[in-house]
Design a protein. Structure first.
Length: 279
């Protein structure tokens, strides 16, 4: 099935999000096969692309200036991940974000290691001015992005999710969008709604791309939901359910990664609605 642009997806989810909504959003995603443009880091491109394919979306790693603008105008969702932000890619990221805004396409900012490193921290400030639909980050990155902390230990958080709630609310007010704080219990909020997503496996933190690919999956779900908040909740719930399933059938990080891709593919809308734990 061909990819379907955001305007051709089903009616948006709005208001509070239930477990039943999550199954409906996954059904929409697999019917539409959203095309997700990933401007992401060089370490995780393969895993990110495979995660999107396993989920039922279509990846496109288009980050070259000029082409980044062109592609964002036809994509269903866009990911901007600051893991390895070389100069040319940073230019492409700003182009893609502006183009996504111009055509109403949701874009996700993943400010990897912001606060700890100067170049990406300054660039993240510029990206925030373009009002991402979703900011997806760990607690230390959220706190640093809000200007109330110095970041974590590289890509690893040194702050708890609940300690980032105030910073997340400030970022949501600044962008008018959604902020998703990843941790043992994920916190997803916007100006008027908040959901905690429970569950998941710690093995996600022991494979390359476990967190970064979540940003791409969030872009896919945001496109399918028509509501960035509902999409972010669905993406985090999907990761929790699929990672738990993968952990049950693997023997360690080396076997977890392919098992996780299999679980993303095999988790049904009914599984997601039944097994997701939202509070």
């Amino acid at each position: 099935m061909d990819s379907i642009a955001p305007s051709h997806l089903s009616m948006p989810v709005s208001g509070p999000v239930s477990a039943e909504d999550l199954g409906e959003i996954l059904t929409r995603l697999r019917a539409a096969q959203p095309l997700v443009q990933c401007l992401t880091n060089t370490v995780v491109t393969n895993f990110t692309a495979n995660a999107l394919l396993a989920l039922g979306a279509a990846p496109a790693m288009v980050d070259v200036p000029v082409e980044a603008d062109e592609f964002a105008r036809i994509a269903s969702g866009v990911l901007v991940n600051l893991g390895t932000p070389h100069g040319e890619q940073r230019a492409g990221m700003l182009e893609a974000a502006r183009a996504a805004n111009a055509v109403g396409t949701p874009w996700v900012l993943d400010p990897v290691a912001v606060g700890a490193l100067s170049v990406r921290t300054a660039f993240a400030g510029k990206a925030m001015e373009l009002r991402p639909a979703v900011v997806r980050a760990n607690a230390s990155e959220v706190i640093a992005l809000a200007g109330t902390g110095a970041g974590g230990r590289g890509v690893d958080a040194t702050d708890g999710v609940e300690s980032a709630r105030g910073a997340a609310l400030a970022l949501a007010a600044r962008t008018g969008g959604t902020v998703a704080v990843s941790g043992p219990v994920d916190l997803v909020l916007d100006a008027g709604r908040a959901v905690r997503v429970h569950g998941g496996s710690a093995l996600l933190t022991r494979v390359t791309g476990g967190g970064c690919s979540l940003g791409a999956v969030t872009a896919a779900f945001a496109a399918a939901a028509g509501d960035p908040f509902a999409g972010a909740v669905a993406a985090h719930a999907m990761y929790a359910v699929a990672s738990e399933a993968a952990a049950e059938r693997c023997s360690g990080p080396g076997t977890f990664a392919p098992a996780f891709l299999d679980a993303l593919a095999s988790t049904t809308p009914e599984d997601l609605a039944k097994k997701a734990v939202l509070r």
